[in-house]
Design a protein around this ligand. Structure first.
Ligand SMILES: CC(C)(COP(=O)(O)OP(=O)(O)OC[C@H]1O[C@@H](n2cnc3c(N)ncnc32)[C@H](O)[C@@H]1OP(=O)(O)O)[C@@H](O)C(=O)NCCC(=O)NCCS
Length: 251
């Protein structure tokens, strides 16, 4: 439950995950043409078809980098060729590695925003990640009234105006990280659980449907992907150790 300002290190070639470790990989979606071509070759037929459907070349190449980097990174843990990795999706769209390839029971989740993808990986525990760019012109109070709990809205309103956008997006990413960890997406109402949101205060899942004990099974971890962005990880762990790697375009 501690706030973390991430520093992004060079990754090991053969990363290992202990129980309780969380690895976060930061992928820049702007890669060289040769990297893009190599990544494209690792995508499945379905992914290649999806890539071709993007109207704008930038969206197409970002999709290819994001999927290709996910394959390249997971293959380092599983020692399976990136192009051979196969994924399942739950009914709400949360992807996972198919059981027969996942003896190590890796769980992962990812989020994209402003030209980067963050991929969070852990072992045997549900995990969700969300990142958002801070938009200072966003109608924070109005949207908070609609989606946050009365207490969260009240806390947001009580902050000085210049802090409200950061607090709003902090709250939003914490909520999204939790629903992505559970895997049920926006079918879980965002006002069904409460999170901390005051900038500078520790990230915390305060209660789920009013129950703080249920919330205590989870940790919320603050991530700062860059100076104009906020992010959060939700993980079903009380004690954890975080490692943050910058993906350098290598397989
Ligand atoms: C999951 C969700 C919160 C993502 O929010 P977002 O902020 O727009 O997007 P992000 O960049 O943070 O995350 C996107 C990634 O989350 C993952 N994801 C998708 N559905 C997910 C889910 N239910 N739970 C966790 N992760 C999910 C995917 O890896 C996706 O990556 P992709 O776009 O490359 O496929 C939102 O799309 C959602 O609620 N989806 C559920 C939709 C649903 O209920 N569908 C029913 C079946 S059709």
């Amino acid at each position: 439950m501690i706030a973390v300002v991430a520093s992004w290190n060079s990754p090991p070639q053969n990363p290992t995950l202990d129980i309780g470790s969380i690895h976060v990989w930061r992928v820049s979606l702007a890669q060289t043409q040769s990297c893009l071509q190599s990544l494209q070759q690792t995508l499945s037929t379905d992914e290649q078809t999806k890539a071709e459907r993007f109207h704008f070349p930038k969206d197409r190449s970002q999709f290819i980098v994001s999927r290709g980097a996910l394959r390249a990174i997971l293959s380092r843990y599983l020692h399976i060729n990136p192009s051979l990795l196969r994924f399942d999706c739950n009914p709400y769209g949360k992807p996972s590695i198919i059981a027969s390839q996942n003896g190590d029971t890796l769980r992962f989740n990812l989020s994209h925003s402003r030209g980067i993808t963050l991929i969070a990986i852990t072992k045997n525990r549900d995990i969700g990640i969300d990142i958002e760019g801070i938009n200072p012109k966003f109608p924070c109070l109005e949207i908070a009234e609609k989606f946050f709990t009365p207490l969260e809205s009240h806390v947001l309103r009580s902050l000085s105006e210049h802090l409200q956008p950061t607090a709003f997006f902090t709250c939003w990413t914490r909520k999204e990280a939790y629903i992505k960890a559970v895997g049920k997406g926006l079918s879980i109402p965002l006002n069904q659980f409460e999170v901390s949101l005051v900038p500078g205060e520790p990230a915390a899942l305060l209660n789920i449907e009013g129950n703080p004990e249920e919330a205590s099974r989870w940790s919320l971890i603050e991530l700062i992907p860059s100076s104009d962005m906020v992010g959060a990880i939700a993980v079903e762990l009380c004690c954890w150790k975080l490692h943050c790697w910058q993906w350098t375009g290598e397989f």
